[in-house]
Design a binder for this molecule. Structure first.
Ligand code: SF4
Ligand code: SF4
Length: 305
């Protein structure tokens, strides 16, 4: 494979074309082993980035390692400038943008917040296992973190130091508001677990609305351990199914089930996402799509530094 662990694409380098320099390859590859051996033999030392990626079984630092950009990059002279590394650091700390299937930015309509204000928040909390904080606020556990929905101020809040501060997370905000507006019962969990193709609105999940499983396959298709680490960081519960399977809880009474099968010479890797069928009594297909996407993004982010 042409791309080195650091992200440099050797395939588009003239030094590689001329045979002056061999490809480094991803950290887990045979190419990486060979390159490290060659560096040791010819230079008496190895590239600290390639050696670290190889030792830690990381294919691509920028995509797969939660330590990036680490000291191996910032202390070394190459391959990236300080400006590039600072940009990566800053943008990795930002929450990824939220897009609707048509590519537009997600926003929560003021009328949804108005509908939510009409609800009896204590009754809603009883049904959802959210915790009332004040008459206009309730706290819930999203995967591995506490989040407050502030109905008076129309936002989600996360803890920063000792303060609860407004947090831009439009997909989660939208689905949470819709969930609280619609919930009207305690729905059974874990009894009737199905795929989106088994839901009444199955036709929705096609074309631009297909679940975004490609990035999961790209990241974890041959990295079961990385998938397990990400799911366990998000407080996922392991299930004894597929090559790796986890139950993740975006809300206390809503579960999603992610199944991963590793690829081999014959079969490509596969990901399936299942859910409790009663979710369709609370969320329309577009909100289910948004919720699965939000949890998928959390899995792709992995452990935040
Ligand atoms: S920095 Fe290391 S991994 Fe990247 S191209 Fe150079 S030798 Fe290879
Ligand atoms: S710690 Fe740094 S060099 Fe090592 S795998 Fe992670 S990003 Fe790459």
């Amino acid at each position: 494979m042409p791309t080195a662990a650091c992200g440099i694409n050797c395939d588009v380098c003239k030094l590689n074309l001329l045979g002056t320099c061999s490809s480094c390859g991803p950290g887990k590859s045979l190419q990486a082993e060979k390159k490290l051996a060659a560096q040791q033999r010819l230079l008496g030392d190895t590239c600290s980035i390639l050696a670290c990626a190889n030792m830690n079984r990381i294919d691509y630092c920028m995509r797969d390692c939660n330590q990036f950009p680490c000291d191996n990059f910032s202390a070394g002279l190459y391959p990236y400038s300080r400006g590039f590394l600072n940009m990566q650091k800053r943008r990795l700390q930002e929450r990824p943008p939220a897009y609707a299937p048509d590519g537009s930015r997600v926003n929560v309509a003021p009328t949804h917040w108005e509908d939510l204000r009409q609800k009896d928040i204590n009754a809603v909390c009883n049904l959802t296992l959210f915790t009332p904080v004040t008459p206009g606020q309730a706290m819930f556990r999203f995967l591995n973190e506490d989040v407050i929905i502030d109905i008076e101020n129309c936002c989600l809040k996360r803890k920063s130091g000792e303060q609860w501060v407004a947090s831009q997370d439009p997909l989660l905000e939208l689905v949470t508001v819709l969930y609280l507006i619609n919930v009207d019962d305690i729905y059974p969990m874990g009894r009737d677990i199905v795929g989106v193709k088994d839901l009444k609105e199955a036709h929705f999940f096609q074309g631009p609305h297909a679940l975004r499983t490609d990035p999961l396959l790209k990241r974890y298709g041959d990295d079961l351990e990385g998938f397990r680490q990400a799911a366990e960081f998000l407080a996922g519960k392991s299930r004894d199914m597929a090559d790796a399977a986890y139950q993740l809880s975006p809300y206390p009474r809503v579960n999603l089930y992610f199944f991963l099968w590793q690829g081999d010479e014959e079969f490509s890797p596969q990901v399936s996402v299942l859910l409790d069928r009663p979710i369709e009594r609370v969320l329309a297909a577009d909100a289910i799509w948004a919720l699965i996407n939000r949890v998928t993004t959390a899995l792709l982010e992995g452990a935040r530094k």
